[in-house]
Design a protein around this ligand. Sequence first.
Ligand code: PHE
Length: 360
Amino acid sequence: MIDVEILEQEALEAIQSADTLNAIEAVRIDIMGKNGKLTAAMKNLANLSVEEKKAEGQKLNTFRDRFNTQLQVKKNQLEAIELEAQLKKEFIDVTLPVSAQAAGRIHPLTKVIEEATDIFAQMGFSVAEGPDIETDHYNFSILNILENHPARQMHDTFYLKQRGADDVPLLLRTHTSPVQVRTMLSQELPIRIIAPGKTYRCDSDQTHTPMFHQIEGLYVDRAENVHMGHLKSCIETFCRAFFEMSELPIRFRPSFFPFTEPSAEVDIGCSRSKEGVHIGGGSDWLEILGCGMVHPNVLRNCGIDPEEYQGFAFGMGIERLAMLKYNIPDLRTFFEGHLQWIKHYGFLPFSVNCNANEDA
Ligand code: PHE
């Protein structure tokens, strides 16, 4: 039989002198492990007489409880010390200035989305979102693009495989306009949102990529508060702020979209030369967005009474805006992920309106 008092004394001393979590675990194993001293003593109880078993068993139980308590206390202390040391070692001063050599760059598309969001935020618009995978209903039908409408073909839609015959037809959204509908169905009036995001069309050449980005805008209010004049001034304010040209020539050209009536396309003044397109003066025009007054059918489809409410909407391509503002000649390079390209056309995190290469 072992002497429980001596065992306890040794064990408590071992706990006291353990100064790492590994050491404390070694003490636990030495006493309580499969081949530990207490485990062995417990096993040995079987060889004792009933009387001895009772007395010895009690002692061992008391020892076990004290041992566990002391072990836990010490373990907690050591854990706190180790955590403290780790926190000290991993301390990062988040107030230090970012190095000018920082490797990361903001992609021009992100930059344009941030700039546009800022400008529209100042006009009271907030950001709304919708899913990239849409139903045929939200992408087309509810937007007044009917079953056999040529616009469905024009959009070169990516359809998803249907799992069962009864499943709703799913597709990759061909424009951000379904976010208009989702917002009208879910938000209180009046509405003032923009929705930047990815869009998809099965088209790939020098001026088209199968995935690209748009910013949608939607404004709905009581009919007496919103008319085409508001649409015009909203677009003009945006374009002049975005291109940083207070005299930028802008024209509205009648057009057609099934979900707006009347509809217009907006051109900005430019000149073209061998070096590319130059925004501002000149005698040429360049189309940059589509817009119009929300079609009464669309309002009605969203449960809004077109006799009482009216709205305007617009949609523009983000890549086009980025190419024009930052002189990026080739659309496809946006998505190739070349380090040299992003170093040249990207932006340093905290720079305001200047290319990374201009900062260097
Ligand atoms: N959804 C249209 C497109 O992708 C753009 C648009 C949006 C036009 C809103 C009018 C109003 O071409």
